[in-house]
Design a protein around this ligand. Structure first.
Ligand code: URA
Length: 231
């Protein structure tokens, strides 16, 4: 989606970044209690998988109530061999309509965050914890996260990224199976499937809480440093 230079600068300013660099943040839910059963997505336990098989399963998925309210599933977008994987919470209304993650205002901000990291949407892979829209933008229920979890774990195993970035608290808490706030999770190198995982505020938080914007940019710079060390 093309955006004007003024809009781009607006987003960059919102991130607290001068001219061609970027910024972020996130709001949304807090999972106050995660009691997910142990994940079955032990890489060794996964059967031989394929991207197309996985995509078809997601398209047809009826494992939770969200299939009754979605227009379509949102599998994810980008390079299936990406070095960077960005994982948000769930598609919103626009994403549900277009079948693409992170579009609209939050999407533009994410694109700018990537640009500031000298990355493009085409070279990374962007997806969500949930592949279906949450009605009324409500928080995800534990059973919905559980129903969708293996899809994401299989995407990660297939892509085999060098770096995982969670966008927002729900995404971080879900992948790490922790209840800590994003404030406590940020600034550390976590691991998921033996890959470094960095938690970053999501674009929505950034748009709602510009005061925290510089922290988001710090988190991205931290992610870049970690990536360079692990490359
Ligand atoms: N759009 C997405 O696709 N995911 C989010 O978490 C927020 C907006």
């Amino acid at each position: 989606m093309a955006i004007s230079e003024n809009t781009r600068l607006h987003y960059l300013n919102a991130l607290g970044i001068t001219v061609w660099q970027s910024r972020i943040n996130e709001t949304r839910a807090t999972i106050t209690e995660i009691s997910l059963p142990p994940s079955s997505a032990n890489e060794d336990a996964l059967p031989l998988d394929s991207w197309e098989a996985l995509r078809n399963q997601v398209i047809q998925c009826e494992q939770c109530i969200l299939c009754t309210t979605r227009k379509q599933t949102v599998f994810g977008e980008g390079n299936p061999n990406a070095k960077w994987m960005f994982i948000g919470e769930a598609p919103g209304q626009e994403e549900d309509f277009h079948g693409t993650p992170f579009i609209g205002e939050e999407g533009n901000l994410l694109t700018e965050m990537l640009r500031a990291m000298q990355l493009t949407r085409e070279e990374v892979f962007i997806t969500n914890i949930l592949k279906c829209r949450l009605p009324d933008n409500r928080n995800p229920h534990v059973d919905e996260i559980h129903a969708c979890r293996d899809y994401l774990h299989r995407q990660i195993a297939l892509i085999n990224p060098k770096m995982i970035i969670t966008l927002g608290q729900v995404s971080a808490q879900t992948l790490l199976e922790k209840t800590d706030s994003i404030e406590n999770l940020r600034g550390q190198i976590h691991q998921f499937q033996q890959k470094p995982l960095i938690t970053v505020y999501g674009p929505n938080y950034m748009l709602c809480s510009p005061i925290e914007k510089s922290k988001a940019w710090q988190d991205l710079q931290f992610a870049l440093e970690v990536f360079k060390k692990h490359e």
